[in-house]
Ligand binder design. Structure first.
Ligand code: MHO
Length: 158
């Protein structure tokens, strides 16, 4: 079992999207790589905590590779958009790839380089080691399963 953390805008859409993919064993939405401890959603929404809405993914690498996960990630984000995805704006909606395994870095960098060929503008997706991750409130977990008609900034079927 391996782990990766992805920020791709509103986290409940990211969760609903990746939960549909084979090999994704477990996901948790939360707040990553900010400056405050145990942030609440309300605090993160003030754009002062530095946290990014992030999806924690545990995956079975025998079924899905990190490269494949990243190719799905690129499909649903605009990596050239700074602090904005879909209708949502603010630094919590920046895109990011936060790794826990240093040896994933080559795969991540190669994936970014490949994706850059699809854009004239520079990819601004952050690539950092994971520093903090605080799981979000329970009502945010599997939000779109609980609220099937809820807001979603991405197409879940691609
Ligand atoms: N525009 C959405 C974003 C939610 S997502 C968890 C809302 O305010 O409901 O950031």
């Amino acid at each position: 079992m391996k782990e990766i953390y992805l920020a791709g805008g509103c986290f409940w859409g990211m969760q609903a999207y990746f939960d549909l993919k084979d090999g994704i064993i477990n996901t948790v939405v939360g707040y990553a790589n900010g400056r405050t401890q145990n942030p609440t959603y309300q605090e993160v929404c003030t754009d002062t905590t530095g946290h990014a809405e992030t999806l924690f993914i545990q995956y079975d690498e025998n079924i899905i590779s990190l490269d494949k996960i990243l190719s799905y990630f690129w499909k649903v984000i605009d990596p050239t958009s700074l602090n904005k995805q879909g209708g949502d704006m603010g630094s919590q909606y920046r895109t990011g790839i936060y790794y826990v395994d240093e040896s994933d870095l080559n795969t991540i960098k190669a994936s970014v380089d490949k994706e850059q060929n699809n854009y004239n503008e520079i990819i601004v997706t952050e690539i950092e080691s994971l520093k903090y991750f605080y799981p979000a409130e329970e009502y945010h977990q599997k939000y779109l399963q609980k609220n099937p008609n809820g807001y979603c900034h991405i197409d879940l079927n691609i």
